[in-house]
Every structure is written in structure tokens, then in C-alpha cells.
Ligand binder design. Structure first.
Ligand SMILES: *Cc1c(COP(=O)(O)O)cnc(C)c1O
Length: 362
């Protein structure tokens, strides 16, 4: 289904000099490109009015359903510039497919995979000068999202919905002073998801629900929080916005199984495949927080890391909870960094993409 986007060029686009200044210190999610993509869905009519237009505030009726009932989903992906100047997306159809699973869960309309990818491509093409050079792990972070834009206060699935794509040039999520270990707070107090809930949908509500635990973690000197399934069975799930892995001394690469309450990260899936190719034994299973703590204490687990598109792979230096504190060995995280390099090398085109994961857009 070929779609044509109505392209309205931004008359106030930044100058090349302004873009260069911004790319020198992009931060994370602070600056946005000159354009955004918008596609509207109306019940009975389907998707229409595909537009590339100047980045700017939305005009939304105060009764728009999203503002009241949180009917919203999003995705996070990146465009990477390779050394030859070309620009590539990474497994974009995985984002499109997950977006549709999130949409189905939140009673939002599905968006054809090709239209999702075309929307992302249209934005990256028009704002390609915002895709940074690869040095320092810079990239263009892309945020597709869908909101219930219908003006109506009744509680039902919205009959008018807007799909949008915005993009922001970014540096490393945890700052630019190298790969450092992060301390993780394991909350026994708060849950982000429950069985039958929205844990495996990428929706804003999950993030709103996770913030209180994040702040509990800050109070204990931690930068991130790890959630336990709300079943009382002490099952490790994931962080507020990242999946979690453990590495055993014997080379097992272990991550909680996808059981409906965990977001199925594309980085998670990528790591399982890259890790297997590097000789790790990949294991997806339920594991309890106590098992993690005991395994660190007795030397079974020698490294741990969290992962997601935004922060790539960050080594975990220790876990803290009301039950105690457990430190991972301070040995420079060699196994984590080997996997991390393996993933980044493919994303930045530094090795042959034998998996067929990169998707050239400019
Ligand atoms: C987006 C997200 C992840 C990471 O997914 P990636 O596809 O790897 O970026 C993990 N957990 C949650 C809750 C998320 O929202």
C-alpha cells in the first residue's frame, strides 16, 4: 500500500550551524528535529492525512480521551549513521509489530507495518542532517506514538486517533563519561504490572505507575528500579523501561521469560541472538529475586546488566533492597561489554550484518 505524505517544510528550520552546535552536545531527548509525522485514523475511514509537517505543539481538545483515560502507546527506536555516511534503522518491523500488539491491548487501531516504517522513514529522510556522526555512540532517537485524540468524555475506545513520530538527536542515556555500572533498587513495595494487565504493552501508563518506585530507588542512592511480579511469588520482571540479564561464571546468559507482564524488548531479543553467536548459553526462565541475590553472594552470577534501545546495555554494579545489598564483582564487566560491542558493531555498521537487521533509510 503506497502512501504519499503531504510534506510541509518547516520555514523556521534551524540553520546548519545551529544543528552543528546542538549535535555537539545533544543530551538525551532535549532537542527535537524540525519536522514531525502525523497520520490520522477515523473509525469507518481508516488511516488518512499522512503528513510531514513542522515540529510544534499539537492542537488538542481539552476533552481528548488520551488526556483523561490514558489511551496511548509508544515506541522507541534509533537511526544510526554508519562511517560511510549512510543512515540505518535497526529491526524497525519489530517496533511496528510490537506497536500493533500494544495497540490491540489498549483498544487502539492497528497501523500497517509498512505505514509505520514509512512514517519513520519519511521523518528521518527530511531531517537526516540531525542524525549525528557515530562517535560517542550518538544517534537519532525516534519516538512513534499513538493517542486517542477524539474529543469525547465517554469511556470507550476512541473513534479518532492520531499517530505521530518525533525525533531527537541523542548522546549516551547515562551521560558521556564512559560505561559505568548502575546500582539497582529492587522494590518490594510497588509493582509496575500484574497478570492480565498492561505489562507487555508499551504504554505511557506503565511509566506513570513506575515513577513512585523510581523515586523510592533514588532515596536509596540507586538510579534504576527493578520490579518483582505482583503475585507474591518473588519473580523478577524488569526495570521501569529496560529488561534485565544475569551472566553466570559458567557462561549462562539468563533473563526472565516473557510471561505477559514483561515488555519484550528488541534489545533483549537482539542480545539473546548475539549472545548465542558469541558462545553464551542463553536461558529464558522465571527467576526469583532471592535467587539473584543468593547467586551473586555465592559467585554463581558474576555480571548483570540492563538493556533497552535508549540506554543500549548498562552494566549493573549492585542490587539493593529492603532485604540487603549485593555487589557484583568490580572486574570491568568484560562479558557484558563483549555483548554490548557485538550489538553496537551491528547497529553502527562496523561488522557485517549477518542477521539482516539493519534497514537503510538515507
Ligand atoms: C521499551 C521498553 C523496554 C526495552 O525495549 P527495547 O525494544 O529493547 O527498547 C523494556 N522495558 C520496558 C518497560 C519498555 O518500555
Amino acid at each position: 500500500m503506497p502512501v504519499s505524505f503531504d510534506v510541509q517544510t518547516n520555514p523556521d528550520a534551524r540553520s546548519d550551524a545551529e544543528v552543528a552546535t546542538l549535535l555537539a552536545a545533544p543530551g538525551f531527548g532535549e532537542y527535537f528535529t524540525d519536522h514531525m509525522v502525523s497520520i490520522t485514523w477515523t473509525k469507518g475511514q481508516g488511516w488518512h492525512s499522512a503528513t510531514v509537517k513542522p515540529y510544534g505543539p499539537l492542537s488538542l481538545d481539552p476533552s481528548a480521551a488520551v488526556l483523561h483515560y490514558g489511551q496511548e502507546i509508544f515506541e522507541g527506536m534509533k537511526a544510526y549513521r554508519h562511517a560511510d555516511g549512510s543512515v540505518h534503522l535497526f529491526r524497525p518491523e519489530m517496533n511496528a509489530e510490537r506497536f500493533n500488539r500494544s495497540a490491540a491491548r489498549m483498544m487502539l487501531p492497528e497501523l500497517p507495518v509498512e505505514l509505520f516504517v514509512e512514517g519513520v522513514r519519511a521523518l528521518v529522510e527530511v531531517d537526516a542532517r540531525y542524525v549525528p556522526q557515530p562517535e560517542g555512540e550518538h544517534s537519532l532517537y525516534i519516538r512513534p506514538f499513538m493517542i486517542a485524540s477524539e474529543a469525547f468524555l465517554g469511556v470507550r475506545a476512541a473513534e479518532e486517533v492520531t499517530f505521530l513520530v518525533i525525533a531527537s538527536p541523542v548522546g549516551p542515556y547515562f551521560g558521556s563519561d564512559g560505561v559505568k555500572g548502575v546500582d539497582i533498587w529492587v522494590t518490594d513495595e510497588w509493582a509496575r504490572a500484574g497478570v492480565g494487565g498492561t505489562g507487555n504493552a508499551k504504554c505511557g501508563g506503565n511509566y506513570a505507575a513506575s515513577l513512585i518506585a523510581q523515586y523510592e530507588g533514588y532515596d536509596h542512592g540507586c538510579t534504576q528500579v527493578m520490579f518483582i511480579e505482583a503475585s507474591g511469588k518473588d519473580r523478577v520482571e524488569e526495570l521501569g523501561g529496560m529488561n534485565v540479564f544475569l551472566i553466570s561464571a559458567s557462561g549462562d546468559l539468563v533473563t526472565p521469560a516473557l510471561t505477559g507482564t514483561i515488555l519484550d524488548g528488541i534489545t533483549r531479543d537482539t542480545i539473546l541472538k548475539v549472545g548465542a553467536a558469541q558462545g553464551f548459553t542463553t536461558v529464558e526462565r522465571r527467576l526469583s529475586a532471592q535467587e539473584v541475590f543468593d547467586g551473586i553472594a555465592d559467585g554463581t552470577y558474576v555480571e548483570a546488566f540492563c538493556c533497552g534501545t535508549a540506554a543500549v546495555i548498562s552494566p549493573i554494579s549492585g542490587f539493593k533492597s529492603k532485604r540487603g545489598e549485593w555487589r557484583l564483582p568490580e572486574a570491568g564487566y568484560p562479558k557484558t561489554l563483549a555483548i554490548r560491542d557485538g550489538v553496537l558493531d551491528i547497529q553502527y555498521g562496523r561488522v557485517d550484518d549477518t542477521f539482516g537487521w539493519t534497514h537503510r533509510v538515507a
